[in-house]
Design a protein around this ligand. Structure first.
Ligand code: GLY
Length: 360
């Protein structure tokens, strides 16, 4: 078992990472929510078999529990379903101490987190991520939210969890495509912050794909520690540091919009997005020769997409990038590497350069 902490003063919280410790998660939740009587578990149909053991563990720690099982998929991250959770909380007479437990991937964490952030002006939130992507990214850092017709994650809040319990055993039943998608965000941490970690991923790619438990614990722990380090320094994405986590994401969001959400998994879009960003950096002379190829080789080894689909229109992709909520006044803005382990925010890139890496 590995223990990490996200140090945010009064909003600090622990992260526990280990294998097969669901029976102990209740006791962990009790340490971060000593006053809570009720725990509302929010989950989806993909992972609902994990809900009863978690509920037992919470009950053994003195929580009364109730479980809401939602439809899996991005469409669930909506005001309609947030409202369902409000109804459920009201029905249960939830009070300020009621613990919202998000058992699932990014959609469940974001939605349950959003309900927790807003119901009764804020309830404690406990994250139990079940996908690699949510373990290494969305369960840590307090970004919660729902989608709006005009944009993904357009409505949201910063609401740090009270604790995060990462049971790596959940990865055993994760579909292969989902697992690989999560690896894109893992590779991202190496590229943006930690060259040594990138080397480790290259050296251990076979063991990673074989889901070797010790290697998984290492990569999840390192990813969470790197994310915690960034969040501690720029909790609300104000100084530009947290924005570095969006490496590859300007391209990725455009790919997701053009393909239609759900066609590509988020990590798949991020993978192709990182390949484009690296190539852009290389074309602009910002990285040493061979950088883009090295990153691409690792992503390819993980079975991830490395380019946008040829039928996607470059003009539409560029328009989507200009509309990205992270762009400013429609200017094209990218997180670009300078070397392995270091990236910078670069504004005002020429559209022709962007089109060149999109292959059009
Ligand atoms: N996933 C990016 C962030 O948490 O800031």
């Amino acid at each position: 078992m590995t223990n990490l902490a996200v140090d945010l003063g009064p909003r600090s919280y622990p992260i526990q990472i280990g294998s097969g410790f669901t029976a102990a998660i209740g006791a962990f939740a009790r340490t971060v929510a000593p006053q809570s009587e009720l725990a509302l578990i929010v989950t989806d149909e993909n992972v609902d078999p994990h809900a009863p053991p978690l509920a037992e563990s919470l009950k053994a720690a003195g929580f009364r529990t109730s479980t809401v099982i939602l439809q899996p998929g991005e469409a669930t991250k909506s005001l309609t379903w947030a409202n369902e959770l409000y109804d459920e909380l009201a029905e249960l007479n939830a009070d300020r101490r009621t613990l919202v437990v998000a058992l699932g991937g990014g959609v469940i964490g974001d939605l349950a987190g959003f309900a927790a952030a807003t119901y009764n002006r804020g309830l404690p939130l406990f994250m139990v991520p079940t996908t690699l992507l949510s373990m290494v990214d969305s369960s840590v850092g307090g970004k919660v939210g729902i989608n709006h017709d005009r944009g993904k994650n357009l409505i949201g809040a910063f609401h740090q969890p009270a604790g995060v319990a990462i049971d790596l055993d959940y990865l055993k039943s994760l579909p292969d495509r989902e697992f690989r998608s999560g690896l894109a965000e893992v590779v991202k941490y190496g590229v943006i912050l930690d060259a040594e970690f990138f080397d480790y991923l290259e050296r251990n790619s076979a063991a990673i794909l074989a889901r070797d438990p010790a290697v998984l614990e290492t990569i999840v722990t390192r990813s969470c520690a790197l994310k915690a380090h960034v969040v501690e320094r720029d909790e609300r994405e104000e100084t530009g540091l947290r924005a570095m986590l969006n490496y590859g994401h300007t391209f990725a969001h455009a790919f997701e919009i053009i393909a239609g959400y759900g066609t590509w998994l988020h990590g798949e879009a991020v993978s192709a997005g990182m390949v484009c960003a690296a190539q852009l950096a290389q074309n602009l002379g910002r990285v040493p020769d061979g950088f883009a190829a090295r990153q691409m080789n690792l992503l390819e080894r993980f079975g991830l997409p490395i380019q946008p689909l040829p039928e996607w229109d470059a003009g539409e992709m560029v328009d989507a990038m200009r509309r990205d909520k992270k762009s400013q006044a429609g200017r094209l803005r990218f997180v670009l590497p300078t070397k392995l382990g270091h990236v910078e925010l670069v504004d005002g890139i020429d559209e022709a350069e962007v089109r060149r890496v999109l292959g059009h």
